[in-house]
Design a binder for this molecule. Structure first.
Ligand code: NAD
Length: 447
């Protein structure tokens, strides 16, 4: 049963009024109590389990997501994040002792750090995983004892509406507010003084967010994207590589921030890998992926048109079919792609996988380092030396060796980008560090 039955937020409340109301709540101190924090997380968990099917319906309407995928990548994912946080929160909040240097030792002083909630934080989410990418940061914000304004993406309108309807029925409405809307509404929100802004989306808007935040000296977390490369080494088991690569790439029709964007491999491996990928796609989605219940759709016509404009960037090994009415683009593998082909410009963010040939590891590392630092780097290799060199000589938000995407399901790993792929990180205890201030305390007795 929802514990807070009547939403107090009125549709006519301005962003300034909303933030002031939440700030007043924060000042009472009640969001700092461990019991309040765990209570909110339990209610969020109840929302997800009691209304999982409503959210899955919304995800199908917005993105053609299958029920299985909706639960696996959004609803159950967020429930796991909540469970992990509930299990460890008291531990994470324990003051952390720090050694006292010799010059202070005679005073009998002790030192430690404590995690202080920040206050009122803003979470702005994108459309591609509109439940997970909205609510997983909220888990961290609430666990840290903050009040939160959440702004779902207008490009996933059914999910946005479902979240706006459900959150106030479950969470403390004096501490959590939902603002739906697009650029105008987000711009008005960004004029307010928040204590942290957590933004997930593209780098252009990331810059707008950071500029607005700078006016108030508000810290930001920017979870952005970019072209995540894959290196496939000579002599690896290409059937296994192709199966894992295709599963990761074509999940959510390729609209995943850490999706493998392009593959670097040598000219001898490329043809066999291309064939193995074609077979893997057929294994996953059958002869006609348009008919397969697990295959998603492109979010809107603008992205559909952008993506179909990239389809002739190379030789089509599999896929290429598309239908604007249903926003369907088949899982597509392109071979013989030139480094300067259109598909190698921006992040693809759709179901097109280009194969680019390089002479070997040196050229692959050079290729990666010539471009923006990616959110993820993937490698398939049996060689420890290759793995070590990739780790040592490239920079990326995260690394997946042998399996794309899965690193972000490890709650004890930080998830975030570097350089153009973002700043800051979250998940598990890293969310606590993001949504809290680690306060230094030196305690010196008077006598
Ligand atoms: P989007 O269009 O839904 O935008 C994200 C949010 O920004 C929305 O809430 C939107 O209302 C807001 N917004 C849009 N324009 C704005 C403006 N001018 N001013 C203020 N706010 C504005 O999502 P998107 O940006 O298309 O998302 C796709 C991108 O996000 C890709 O680059 C992807 O790689 C990246 N991404 C990153 C992660 C991650 O965790 N690092 C996850 C998902 C997506």
């Amino acid at each position: 049963m929802p514990a807070t039955p009547t939403p107090t937020a009125t549709p006519t409340e301005t962003p300034a009024e909303l933030v002031a109301r939440l700030r007043a709540t924060f000042r009472t101190g009640r969001t700092k109590d461990l019991a309040w924090r765990t209570g909110q997380l339990e209610r969020l968990r109840a929302l997800l389990t009691e209304h999982g099917d409503d959210l899955a319906d919304a995800l199908r309407a917005d993105l053609g997501k299958s029920r299985r995928e909706a639960y696996r990548t959004e609803i159950d994912f967020t429930v796991r994040e909540i469970d992990h946080t509930l299990e460890h929160l008291a531990d994470w909040l324990r003051p952390e002792p720090a050694p006292v240097p010799p010059h202070l030792a005679p005073t009998g002083a002790t030192a430690h750090t404590v995690l202080d909630p920040l206050g009122v934080v803003l979470v702005i989410a994108p459309w591609n995983y509109p439940v997970q990418l909205l609510l997983a940061p909220v888990v961290g914000a609430l666990a840290s004892g903050n009040c939160v304004v959440v702004k779902p993406s207008e490009l996933a309108p059914a999910t946005s509406a479902a979240v706006a309807r459900l959150l106030p029925r479950y969470l403390d409405t004096e501490a959590v507010g939902v603002v739906e809307g697009a650029v105008e509404e987000t711009t008005a929100l960004l004029e307010q003084h928040f204590d942290h802004i957590f933004y997930t989306g593209n780098g252009t808007v990331g810059r707008i967010v950071m500029t607005a935040a700078a006016k108030h000296l508000t810290p930001v977390t920017l979870e952005l994207g970019g072209k995540s490369p894959v290196f496939v080494d000579r002599g690896t088991d290409l059937k296994a590589v192709a199966g894992r690569l295709a599963s990761g790439k074509f999940l959510n029709a390729g609209q995943t921030c850490v999706a493998p964007d392009y593959v670097l491999t040598d000219p001898e491996t490329a043809p066999a890998l291309a064939e193995a990928l074609a077979a893997a796609v057929e294994g996953l989605f059958g002869e006609d992926p348009a008919e397969h219940p697990e295959y998603g759709r492109i979010v809107n016509e603008r992205h559909f048109d952008r993506l179909t404009g990239l389809l002739d960037s190379g030789r089509t090994v599999t896929g290429g079919a598309h239908d604007r009415d249903t926003k369907y683009i088949a899982p597509t593998v392109l071979a013989d792609v030139a480094p300067d082909a259109p598909v190698m410009g921006e992040e693809i963010f759709g179901p097109i996988l280009p194969l680019v040939t390089v002479d070997g590891l040196d050229e692959a590392i050079g290729f990666i380092n010539d471009r923006d630092k990616p959110l993820a780097l993937y490698a398939f290799t049996d060689s420890t030396a290759v793995r070590d060199r990739l780790l040592a000589e490239t920079s990326s938000g995260g690394v997946g060796i042998g399996l794309p995407l899965a690193h972000l399901t490890v709650s004890d790993l930080p998830f975030g980008g570097v350089g153009e792929s973002g700043m800051g990180s979250y998940h598990g205890r890293y969310s606590l560090e993001t949504f809290s201030h680690r306060k230094a305390v030196l305690d010196t007795p008077l006598s």
